[in-house]
Design a protein around this ligand. Structure first.
Ligand SMILES: [Zn+2]
Ligand SMILES: [Zn+2]
Length: 135
């Protein structure tokens, strides 16, 4: 599926080709910190199928417990996280952050990963008082 997206300030605009079967919720602690939220929703691109039509993302290199490096691409103006990908030579598959994708309504997650660090309140979210806007 072809998608389009942008960061919050509009400095970065991109197109990508993604695998709609590979949409996932990641509960890992790195995603919690990097998104400053409870979890992150990601869709995997086809190899090398992410193109920036406007702007150039800044990359932060994260080092995992395993020692693996992952490049985290984000807007250096507004801070919106756009993707994560491998470092070095070879094909790049991009884990694109679904929140900045225009077609996000069509990208429902299929799996959850790193559930060992999933926040405990998430299972009760439907029991919370809910408002259409800030009350
Ligand atoms: Zn931006
Ligand atoms: Zn994660």
């Amino acid at each position: 599926m072809n998608i389009t997206g942008s960061c919050h300030c509009g400095e970065l605009v991109f197109t990508a080709r993604v695998d709609t079967e590979k949409v996932m919720v990641c509960h890992c602690t790195d995603c919690q910190v990097l998104s400053a939220s409870a979890f992150r929703t990601v869709v995997m691109s086809e190899p090398n199928e992410l193109t920036f039509n406007k702007g150039t993302p800044k990359e932060y290199i994260k080092i995992a417990e395993s020692g693996n490096e992952r490049a985290q691409g984000f807007c250096q103006n507004c801070g919106t996280a756009i993707y994560a990908t491998s470092v070095g030579e070879g094909d790049r598959v991009y884990g694109i952050r679904v929140g900045c994708v225009d077609q996000k309504a069509e990208l429902s997650p299929k799996i959850q990963i790193w559930c060992q660090s999933k926040v405990t309140w998430l299972n009760d979210i439907n029991n919370m008082k809910a408002f259409s806007k800030t009350p």
